[in-house]
Design a protein around this ligand. Structure first.
Ligand code: ATP
Length: 386
């Protein structure tokens, strides 16, 4: 068991004379036994990062270490790492048993009995004992995924690398495998890096998540920290479904002003935007309150019109137009039993303790929502990783 450290790790591809910076000066310290999810949009550098750790790509600069040992110059087979690919990469002409045994036969000095025992133990852990004599073509996607995991587990590596391993499964199986994988990682206690573009997977599976954009690390933290205390507009908008609402506003003293509405900041929050003229206000769909009455005398109550209501069952996503806007520019989640009609005039409140403020020029967070109990958030984070 060991920690995995990336330090100043950079990868620049030469694409016909043009430099493509896939990963830029990445620092990551992943603790022994930790489950870290690398998440971000397509092209942000997730797979390149994983491939550099596996030894399939060579960093242009920077180091990668397992424990105290730099590994960036070692060949893939010399690194104590097992990788599971999105495509599973099983050998079609081999049985499940042969697929799982192959790596052990090639790269260890285990004898046949030891290999058989190791494979059968892993198969039992994964609930695939009855599949050992089948070939991959005769397995469902979920079963193939388990075999691919089994092949990684038998190697008993220092580090597991998982590249979008659940993306070929249907939604129900994906949810089930998420839980199983987490449990398995927890039981094995192997340092794990998991790549996905799916923010739900990142939020629900990682002890910590590393959010990348344009090859650069945007934030590394527990899911709760990244969700409630985003480092910048990108992280705030990337995590959460529906996404956080953003408004670009001009500051005039304690007032934030746009064509659609004015919002007065309480003085204790206003100090966070001292010296800034362009401010982005963010508020999550679940934090906005909708009133049926439009009481114009109420401080900070913003008139709005319901545009479209999308029923989600337990909740409804309500899309609204603020002020004179001719298209929906605010999404609010309300209880599924609450009835709001398209065209209805309502008032909306952005509770001051739930707003986020970002620098309008750089996107950096200036103020994050006030958590009623910070320890509570940390406790939730700790419970998730336990
Ligand atoms: P996805 O989710 O789509 O797989 P990703 O976050 O894993 O994306 P990478 O595959 O790491 O992104 O790619 C990062 C950037 O590097 C992209 O701009 C990509 O086009 C570029 N890139 C990746 N591999 C190469 C290569 N072999 N040659 C040139 N450019 C590359």
């Amino acid at each position: 068991m060991a920690n995995l450290t990336l330090s100043g790790t950079t990868k620049i591809f030469d694409d016909g004379g043009e430099d493509i910076v896939a990963v830029n000066d990445l620092d990551l310290d992943i603790e022994d036994g930790e489950f870290v999810v690398l998440v971000g949009p397509s092209g942000c550098g997730k797979s390149t990062t994983l491939r550099m750790v596996a030894g399939l790509d060579t960093p242009t600069s920077g180091t990668i270490s397992i424990g105290d040992e730099p590994i960036q110059n070692k060949r893939p087979q010399e690194r104590d790492i097992a990788m599971v690919f999105q495509s599973y990469a099983l050998y079609p002409h081999m049985t499940v048993r042969e697929n799982m045994s192959f790596g052990l036969e090639e790269s260890t000095d285990m004898d046949d009995d030891e290999i058989r025992e190791t494979v059968e133990d892993a198969a039992e852990t994964l609930g695939i004992t009855e599949l050992l004599d089948r070939k991959p073509g005769a397995l469902s996607g979920g079963q193939q995924q388990r075999v691919a995991l089994g092949r990684a587990i038998v190697r008993n590596p220092e580090v597991f690398l998982l590249d979008e391993p659940l993306s070929n499964l249907d939604a129900k199986l994906r949810a089930q495998m998420r839980t199983e994988l987490q449990q398995l990682q927890n039981d094995l206690g192997v340092t794990t890096v998991y790549v996905t573009h799916d923010q739900t997977e990142a939020m629900t599976m990682g002890d910590r998540i590393a959010i990348l954009d344009g090859g650069e690390l945007q934030q590394l933290g527990t899911p709760m920290q990244c969700y409630h205390e985003p480092a910048n507009v990108f992280v705030a908008g990337f995590l959460g479904e529906p996404a956080m609402n953003f408004f670009n506003l001009e500051r005039d003293g304690d007032l934030l002003v746009s064509d659609a509405f004015r919002y007065e900041l309480p003085s204790e929050i206003a100090t966070a935007v001292d010296g800034k003229t362009d401010v982005t206000l963010g508020v999550r769909p679940e934090s906005v309150e909708i009133t049926d009455e439009v009481d114009e005398s109420e401080h900070n109550l913003i008139p709005a019109t319901v545009d479209v209501v999308e029923p989600h069952g337990d909740e409804n996503a309500v899309h609204l137009r603020l002020g004179d806007s001719d298209q929906a520019n605010l999404t609010v989640m309300v209880d599924g039993m609450r009835y709001l009609a398209s065209g209805q005039d309502v008032g909306v409140r952005f509770p001051p303790d739930a707003i986020h403020l970002f620098d309008g020029a750089t996107g950096e967070a200036l103020h994050n929502r006030e958590l009623t109990n910070v320890e509570q958030v940390e406790e939730i984070g700790t419970a998730q990783s336990a």
